[in-house]
Design a protein. Structure first.
Length: 160
């Protein structure tokens, strides 16, 4: 008899847990990446126009870039480990990060870097204009608000 009472209590506790979890408010996690891309692209086009920037290329991924110094040697691949110096800003000019000697595998950074750094050789400098979908997307990341277009000035010092 005691065993049946104990089992009933466990079943009741399990039911309460299931009801509690299922009653939790669920948030809408749908996000329209395509619509955000077009918003980002419009912001970038306005930025280029307002700042009279020319010679900017668009990668098929949607990334914009301008190689300011090509460098020498080979290009990194997506699987390369690189050492760079960089400054990252928002479109309004706010600097959110900077480093003079940062080493990282290209597969472990935002997609905009992985794609963009393959357009410059060792010793070269590149400007990356990264739509939010190739950056941090619709998530805040420290000083970077959700859906932020990012601008990086990067000098590729070595490929390992």
């Amino acid at each position: 008899m005691q065993l049946i009472k104990t089992m009933k209590r466990y079943i009741l506790l399990l039911c309460v847990l299931v009801i509690s979890v299922s009653a939790c408010k669920k948030t809408d996690t749908t996000f329209d990446y395509s619509a955000q891309y077009f918003k980002d692209d419009a912001l970038l086009q306005k930025y280029f126009s307002d700042n009279k920037l020319t010679g900017i290329t668009q990668d098929p991924s949607g990334l914009y870039y301008k190689v300011t110094t090509q460098g020498t040697g080979s290009y990194p691949t997506g699987a390369s480990t690189v050492t760079v110096s960089y400054t990252g800003t928002l479109l309004d000019g706010t600097v959110f990060d900077s480093n003079t000697s940062f080493s990282t595998p290209l597969l472990s950074v935002i997609r905009g870097w992985t794609i963009g750094l393959q357009h410059v050789k060792s010793g070269g400098t590149i400007m990356l204009y990264i739509p939010s979908g190739l950056g941090y997307g619709n998530v805040d990341n420290g000083a970077i608000p959700a859906n932020s277009v990012l601008i990086f000035t990067i000098t590729l010092t070595s490929i390992n």
